[in-house]
Write a protein that binds this ligand. Sequence first.
Ligand code: UD1
Length: 431
Amino acid sequence: MDKLIINGGLPLKGEIRISGAKNAALPVLVASLLTSEPLRISNVPHLQDITTTMELLGRMGVRLVVDERMTVEADASGVHMLRAPYDLVRTMRASILVLGPLLARFGEAEVSMPGGCAIGSRPVNLHIKGLQAMGAEISIEEGYIKARAARLKGARIFMDMVSVTGTENLMMAASLADGVTIIENAAREPEVMDLANCLIAMGARIQGAGSAEITIEGVERLHGACHEVIPDRIETGTYLVAAAMTGGEVKLRCVRPGLLEAVLDKLRDAGARLETGDDWIRLSMEGRRPSAVSIKTAPYPAFPTDMQAQFVVLNCVARGTGTVVETVFENRFMHVHELQRMGADITMEGNMAVVRGVEGLHGAPVMATDLRASASLVLAGLVAHSETIIDRIYHIDRGYECIEEKLSQLGARIRRIPGSQLGDWTKRQTA
Ligand code: UD1
């Protein structure tokens, strides 16, 4: 397994390009299952979760052609397998997204139950309940969700909790259903809106995406289209926090500042000077140490849970004390123990972390546990005084394209030691 080695202490300076959004590209790729005509998707990030999705679609019979700029053409005219197997679903829970499209187009689907993960139990009951409301017969057999329906019927669906992939799954299914579906208490995340725009380009009739009530008038068939994935707001926020923590100055290109207002507000509160254009953001700390900020995660447009771990680290080295409350996931503070090993002063009170800023962190060997927790360890490594070694970085590769290259471009001392060379590297360290 690869490791990342970081020698921190330098302010990040320079300019980088932000990639397409992982959480938008995943459902858009899956949307290709809804039509027998090719879907052309550009600005797809080069990430492990995308590779897993392409493997899943490929096994089902979707023909995929990827060019050197990561434009993907997905042709689902020859789908022959309507099953998402356990070995893929367990590495990527978003595989559940194939359930709605397969059921809507082919009348049946089998998807392995995702099970728990590092950030909590993460059930899929809302996906199942919504499809049942549209007339699907669903049973759980041998760890698989087995679904059947002659043709799905439009329905009024109230989501008990705001669920991003739940809303996406039902919106895709409803696009081919007979009649009108109304999803109430829908997720308003920009990635839901991006998927809706792609579906509309494919001929779907969708209104209200981006609001809490989405209306979908089902059509008989969808057709091919071209779609460009929106920029990754979480990758954007992560590099901004990295710059703020290190007292740096960075310009991020190919971004949409409007998608991360809640995060930008907190960065301003932390003392960052921000300038924005249509597709760029510049952050400067003018050499200042950040001030602690208090945050509470909640569905969009509130502060995103996917930026929680990064702000915990910001507070670790900030002036003052900040509280971080997690309301979306039940167990999303795995990074706290690792950060404490690097000298952070954090106490947990239920779902709230109380973070007292310290003058500096020190490097340590640490372990990545999930995607955003791993990002926070990289950020901690960037400000730590000595060497930080991060193990299990496959979590980072699931969601951050070329992280060590982008950080190096901003002046960080970071390198990847491939698993195959670890033996030699360890010998050199102990010599
Ligand atoms: C998506 C994002 C993930 C982000 C999360 C919250 C993708 C691929 N992933 O995950 O990065 O952290 O949104 O913004 O887009 N819930 C239920 N029953 C369900 C579904 C969800 O109880 O059937 C609960 C979950 O346990 C959680 C909350 O609802 O507490 C929100 O989860 P959800 O929005 O569904 O997360 P994902 O779509 O899996």
